[in-house]
Design a protein around this ligand. Structure first.
Ligand SMILES: [Zn+2]
Length: 217
């Protein structure tokens, strides 16, 4: 855990995950980047669009016996909707994400990215001139098939994150599924690939605490 003061408003804040390099100040919405010795403000993040997620920064839960807490969120949008990518701090020090879309949840950990031709095919798929959906790939020793590939952009972020999530950051997002609930996603951003492999999880099995409450519920 690393404490610092927000360069804009002076409020005390902290990076609770060693992976975090980027944070949004919860008091003044400054976007803050962590350098070796200091922190720098690089602008202001607009308010996140409202949604009905039961999750929030500070929600805790379990995945395969391991405790996690949610420390950041990136909200992603595409032409037909939006989803949340929650960055988790885990006790075993892995870089994990909880993806949340329409009441479905998947927990993934960053893994070695597939070869670059994967990105070429995914981007060609956006122009509908190659059969990429359905193709089989091996990621982190799991056999997965591409089920979806779409253009998405960052609608906003909050909390701390391991990457710079400016509003409007454009990616191609590819989802892959295995035969037994394995889930992976590959995110392509200007020639760089990031891959995450994990599985779908039930709401109940996460045993979440400190969830969001809604007025009147
Ligand atoms: Zn601040």
């Amino acid at each position: 855990m690393k404490k610092f003061n927000c360069p804009s408003c002076g409020a005390e804040a902290e990076f609770s995950s060693n992976f975090s390099v980027y944070a949004v100040c919860k008091y003044c919405s400054s976007m803050i980047v962590r350098h070796d010795l200091d922190v720098e403000s690089i602008g202001t993040m607009a308010a996140l669009p409202e949604d009905m997620s039961p999750l929030q920064i500070g929600t805790e839960g379990y995945y395969q016996g391991q405790h996690f807490s949610l420390v950041g969120r990136m909200k992603m949008g595409w032409e037909d909707g939006s989803w949340n990518e929650w960055f988790m701090a885990t006790d075993d020090g892995r870089k994990g994400w909880l993806a949340e879309a329409q009441g479905f949840y998947a927990i993934c950990f960053e893994t070695e990215a597939p070869p670059l031709d994967f990105a070429v095919k995914a981007i060609k798929q956006q122009k509908q001139d190659v059969s990429f959906i359905g193709s089989a790939h091996r990621l982190n020793n799991q056999k997965l098939n591409v089920v979806d590939s779409k253009k998405a952009s960052c609608l906003g972020s909050e909390g701390e994150l391991p990457l710079l999530a400016r509003q409007g950051r454009l990616v191609v997002s590819v989802d892959l599924l295995g035969a037994y609930g394995e889930f992976a996603s590959v995110e392509i951003e200007t020639g760089k690939l990031r891959a995450y492999v994990g599985r779908y999880v039930d709401w109940k099995e996460m045993r979440c605490s400190n969830i969001r409450t809604f007025d009147g519920w």
